[in-house]
Write a protein that binds this ligand. Sequence first.
Ligand code: BES
Ligand code: ZN
Ligand code: ZN
Length: 497
Amino acid sequence: MRVEVVQRRGLRKAPGRACLVLPMFENGAAPDGSLLDPVARRALRALAEQGVLTGKAREVYYLPTPGGRHDGVLVAGLGKGRGVDAEVLRRTAGSACAILRQQRVEHVVVDVSGQRQLPVEAFVEGLILGGYEFDAYKKPDEKDAPKSRVLAVTVVVGASGDVPRVRRRCEYAAVVALSANAARNLANTPANDMTPTALAAFAIGVAKEPHCACEVLDEEDMRRLGMNALLGVARGSDEPPRLIVLRYTPPGATRTVAIVGKGVTFDTGGVSLKPPEAMHEMKYDMCGAAAALCTMLAVAQLRPRLNVVCVVPAVENKVGPAAQTPGDIVTASNGVTIEVHNTDAEGRLILADALAYTVKRFRPKAVVDVATLTGACVIALGHYAAGVLSNSDALHAALESAASAAGERIWRLPLWDDYRELTKGTHADLCNIGPPKEAGTIVGGAFLEKFVGKTPWAHLDIAGTAWGVKNISYLDPKHATGYGVRLLTRWVMDCQG
Ligand code: BES
Ligand code: ZN
Ligand code: ZN
């Protein structure tokens, strides 16, 4: 997707079907149609007077303008007031996507020359996220809904002084949204293709960017490192596990931050088998890995001045003759012993070794793990916020600020000693489950905390936000959301100080 920012006089007619987008506030004047011919301008004014154009948030109206400079004009409602929330713009753009698709629009021109304060980059983000579709496994069918074809977005600003600032923000938004869409591709790809090896291949691809490098540890490497918690999970599957280490190390950087993503490419539950109803959704159990790897994809293009390391333990949790058995005790790479009472609580087992490895090898200033860890998180927060557990108020505050800037919500849960007690094992140091139906998300976090030592750490439970999100126009409930890429990229960029 090409994104450009110009002043009116720099506006050129691009080839293909074009649509002019005009923002409109609720109870405000008709949109500024000075880029339209007089007939279309009059039509818009009349529609506003007749109350057809309301400017209500997320309401969009399309008027064909054949023969004009653009093939149509879309009035985008932004709601009341001037201080428009970025999320309103994102969602309005999401609503616009259906019409743009139906109208086969290839070039979107957004005229914000009258609204200097508008965070127009959020509109660009909404267009890219809302235009996402996953049809790699469908054969072309003329009868199906038309494919999105928006190839270029031009943002028209008023003052020449605004061009560089708006361009920088729009380019950032495009990189992040395209990276989130890449995460959605990884996640939507079914487990028969998106294996641990395939995830590693993706990481190797990202490592082609400047200052990036990727190492992929195999079973033998992991055995040497004593990663028995991770290897125990992998035993039920024929797919070999991988530990993916993707690094971005720009010249001159001294500080390092780390992101660790849960990469269970399919979670059957293992011997503690999941019920069949929604098991197919467990192809999404690598959404943490997708978020972590695609944050690196964004970071590699945005080039912050700090080292960023991404570690992904990638395994399939299946049932085979050698599968891990309830009651088994494994010793993680940091020497901690774990009683495996439920093979379905596998995320914390693989993350245990990945986190211990990350803090020991890279000594990061902070480590954030991102994981579809507990069904309990979906019960607690639904699909509209990720749960956070952290041993650091400062790190949580940094994530909170990144979350609100990026438009991906987080909500902290407490991590008190009483909860830490619930992670203790009977025959080993830890047990991989706590008491049934008690603070499942917190206990998962309390378990992970045992593997980060004193490193400032935060755990994002994205079980609810990673897929199945309803009523957010730029996402779609049937597919993965790419949750985490926008938040973590913002967090990394803010870590530059
Ligand atoms: N991948 C699941 C968590 C999950 C479930 C995410 C549903 C999204 C939707 C995880 O591996 C798991 O099965 N966790 C168990 C933990 C329990 C056994 C302590 C769970 O949530 O039931
Ligand atoms: Zn599980
Ligand atoms: Zn899982």
